[in-house]
Design a protein around this ligand. Structure first.
Ligand code: SF4
Ligand code: SF4
Length: 334
């Protein structure tokens, strides 16, 4: 059993179901529809320059105006068959998406569920229907070193404190530089009132040379971290948004089966800031699929793997039965 060097803080309990929560029964029964999930790069600009950023490794000359985006979304609506379900969920990314709030303000009305992935430095708009993800890459010192800017860890915390009505998930991209401080960050963000936390591993990008400060964590080392995350999940429960089966799919013995058949690449849309479809996924054409650590393909695979879903459900039911039995014994005794 995991020994923590801290007492887990009281966790926030009000959480909206995610688009994935709502979709998983449909996927389980009917398979994964094309274009149900996707991403839009809202802007080609960002107010930070992080060491691991894949975005600026892609070449974009321009970006569509808000009216051009609306035209594009209307056209997509006209030309896509209903069975493709293209307007279920959209993740608004960038660059920094909150630089162009006006686009998300109008564009999000086209999708049933919306997620905005921000670096947390810009005040969050009051959109209670949106899931916000703030990207955090370590404890305070490490995050600000990787992101090349002081003061942004506490700025992101203020953002959460100023908006208790909003759902904010912390997205932690695990690299060699921040693997040592995962537990500190988990504690910090649980205390700060974040709704949930999710984890990716850094995916190498062909043109990012990181010799001075290596970022990629080799797969055998990743296995050890995944075991640690599984132990932490047993303590932090639903604060960790990912079900156990997603961590298991990221293990080195099975991860290649998932990335060789990446559902994100074949079934989802990823539009660049100029409105063009990106290859091969939101990370662009230079991402290394064999060493992919993006959680999305693993999460999507977990939604259609019936054996793993059945195993997880069996675990959840047996836990619920044990808790119920414990309740009866406690009532009888006293
Ligand atoms: S905040 Fe995001 S988009 Fe901006 S530089 Fe960092 S990783 Fe890239
Ligand atoms: S890098 Fe990852 S998410 Fe992108 S296409 Fe390859 S496997 Fe899929």
């Amino acid at each position: 059993m995991l020994q923590l060097d801290h007492t887990p803080p009281k966790l926030r309990t009000r959480r909206l179901p995610t688009a994935y929560d709502l979709a998983k029964i449909g996927f389980f029964l009917f398979g994964f529809p094309r274009n149900a999930f996707g991403s839009i790069d809202v802007s080609k600009e960002c107010n930070l320059r992080c060491k691991h950023c894949y975005f600026f490794e892609q070449d974009y000359q321009g970006e569509l105006s808000v009216d051009q985006w609306i035209e594009k979304l209307e056209e997509l609506k006209r030309t896509t068959s209903r069975t493709e379900n293209p307007f279920f969920q959209c993740t608004w990314v960038g660059g920094e998406p909150l630089i162009r709030k006006d686009l998300i303000e109008r564009g999000r009305k086209y999708f049933r569920h919306n997620t905005v992935v921000t670096n947390g430095t810009i005040p969050l708009p009051n959109w209670p229907d949106v899931h916000f993800y703030i990207s955090i890459d370590g404890d305070e010192e490490t995050h600000e070193h990787i992101r090349n800017k002081k003061g942004i860890y506490k700025r992101a915390m203020r953002n959460i404190a100023e908006h208790p009505e909003l759902e904010v998930t912390i997205a932690y991209c695990i690299t060699r530089q921040n693997v040592h401080c995962i537990e500190q960050a988990v504690k910090d963000w649980a205390e700060a009132g974040a709704s949930r936390m999710t984890f990716d591993f850094y995916t190498p990008i062909e043109t990012i040379v990181d010799d001075a400060e290596p970022l990629f964590l080799p797969l055998d080392e990743r296995d050890g971290v995944l075991d640690r995350l599984l132990e932490l999940k047993r303590v932090y429960g639903e604060f960790f948004i990912l079900p156990e089966r997603v961590f298991r799919l990221m293990k080195s013995d099975v991860c290649k089966q998932v990335t060789d058949n990446c559902l994100f690449s074949v079934k989802s849309f990823a539009l660049g800031p100029d409105g063009t479809q990106k290859e091969k996924c939101m990370m662009g054409p230079k991402a290394d699929c064999d060493r992919c650590g993006c959680v999305v393909p693993f999460y999507l695979a977990s939604l259609v793997d019936r054996r793993l879903i059945a195993e997880d459900l069996a675990n959840e039911w047996s836990l619920a039965a044990r808790r119920a039995a414990q309740g009866v014994v406690t009532a009888l005794l006293g």
